[in-house]
Design a protein around this ligand. Sequence first.
Ligand code: NDP
Length: 401
Amino acid sequence: MSKVLVIGAGGVGSVAVHKMAMNSDIFSHITLASRRIVSCEKVAESVLARTGVTIDVAQVDADDVAATIALIEKVQPKLVVNLALPYQDLNIMDACLATKTDYLDTANYEPRDTPKFEYGWQWAYQERFKEAGIMALLGSGFDPGVTSVFASYIKKHLLDTIDTLDILDCNGGDHGQHFATNFNPEINIREVTAPSRHWEGGEWVEGPALSHKQSFDFDQVGPKNMYLMYHEELESLAKFYPEIKRIRFWMTFGDAYLKHLEVLQNVGMTRIDPVIYEGKEIIPLQFLKAVLPEPSSLGSTTKGKTNIGDIATGTKDGVQKTVYVLNICDHEDAYAETGNQAVSYTTGVPAMIGAAMMLTGAWKGKGVFNIEQFDPDPFMDMLNKHGLPWQVKELDAPLAF
Ligand code: NDP
């Protein structure tokens, strides 16, 4: 019997719960909680219609630690899967500590008033989780998540030493809207507008946001412009794989997306400091989120594929090699299976798999862990079986840039 409590009924939460329901041998009882009960009920209806499984639903404001503790005490789960927003991470970790319950998430903590995402806040829980005899698995989405598991797989099977690692994240999907984000707009825009940062020669190299562009021909998508960005797995990969001399993260953006973003930034709509509007304080970025399409509403119109993977150079048996491990996911297939587009799908499936690793004991420990600290094999095996099959290619040469 493995009871799980999922908090956050957005696109990612919806996919994770559908996939958990499809694996009821591992997830024998699922409770989905969110700020609005209606979000949970919508997912529960779809899960019942698609899988025949009935899940429990609950309302919780995860910013309220006492309320979250009360919910965990009532549900008595073996694991809390946090698929709400990064702002809630520390509060949910506090509730897990108070109830001695294991914890998993897909995005690292970020304070509301500073666009500063780093693992330091959550790594600071290491001793307390250890003492409580519980485990936290951080970053079990696609990136962070699968991209770090790909790095572990490369290190275990494909290269003896990794010299450089490039993570390439391409969303070749078209949702038919002028401007929309594929996951929570507030989090997405904070991430995209942050200065670029990569790891090189033992230090961080910073540059202006979206200032470094390269073109890459993505399999089943075609050539796309991708931009150097900071992404949270760079921090944990640099920590757990100190041998890697350079780690970079690239994400594709279309020209129309960037043009809209530039205008929104120029007029101040991406600001996260409060402004007074008609006598009331509002945060422009939060207002913008309210007028943009909900990411979960994009599923029915999105066509195309995502292609996300790791390109690593290094040596195997003394020979220089470049390897590429990647997954391609089709938006329409993801929607047909779970009612959500591929960006939610590629995050929700690894959240389910990370939870399965913990509940089955394939991955265990006491303390706070990043995903690349565990054996990649059982996770990679489940990716193949649960909708995110991956491929390995050997490239003739390293990236030319
Ligand atoms: P959504 O905005 O679609 O969903 C977030 C959900 O969290 C909503 O259902 C919302 O509630 C709920 N929520 C927000 N605040 C609270 C709160 N205080 N208490 C309880 N519930 C709350 O986002 P996504 O599903 O797209 O993303 C979910 C998470 O996944 C985010 O942290 C995001 O950063 C992360 N992510 C990670 C990726 C990866 O590859 N690692 C990729 C994409 C996303 P309600 O609807 O009830 O109001």
